[in-house]
Design a protein around this ligand. Sequence first.
Ligand code: HMH
Length: 208
Amino acid sequence: MRALDLLDRHEARWQAATRHPFLEGVREGTLPDGAFEAWLVQDYLFVLDGLGFQSRLIPRAPRTDQALIAGGLVALEGELSWFEDKAKERELDLEALRHPTNAAYREFLIGLETEPYPAAITALWAIERAYLEAWTSARPGHPDYREFVEHWTTPDFAGYVSGLEGAAGAALEGASGGERERAEETFLAVARLERDFWEMALSSEGGA
Ligand code: HMH
């Protein structure tokens, strides 16, 4: 099983994870007041949780994947600073509580620690790929949000996602049947959690 086969097998659920009225609102400038800001604060907290997951993955990754994942970790840390700058510009308080949807995603990331490596690297690939595709669907973005759309659709980010695809594919090649099943489960969980995250973004009251 190649990582890409998962996208074909679960096309409808993948679409739901990467196309959403929130992203159309980003493209068209039709988001309700406060929705983008509430989402930004929640995504900052998600990236913090992602930093934990990704750092725990490095010591058990094969040597061939460690530089890739460590590079991604450094980029995530830079991402936190970018969120902090944007929050300051927009006068947002980043010390918010996690929305229940975000808390569920955090629990999933913590649970990945006890999943076999092929499942964990498949999840990381799916998380990043979903984000890249989602923001690509919002291109070029309404002027209010364009810098965000550009930031999350760079060739560097696309290259990183390709690297993760290769790593997940190699891990799945060498995986047992049981491990592949776990990888498929985690892929589906990511698709659901990503969809829920966009849902949260549209349904949250401003300042969630
Ligand atoms: C919800 N998924 C979500 N937020 C992100 N920042 C990413 C993926 C990419 O790290």
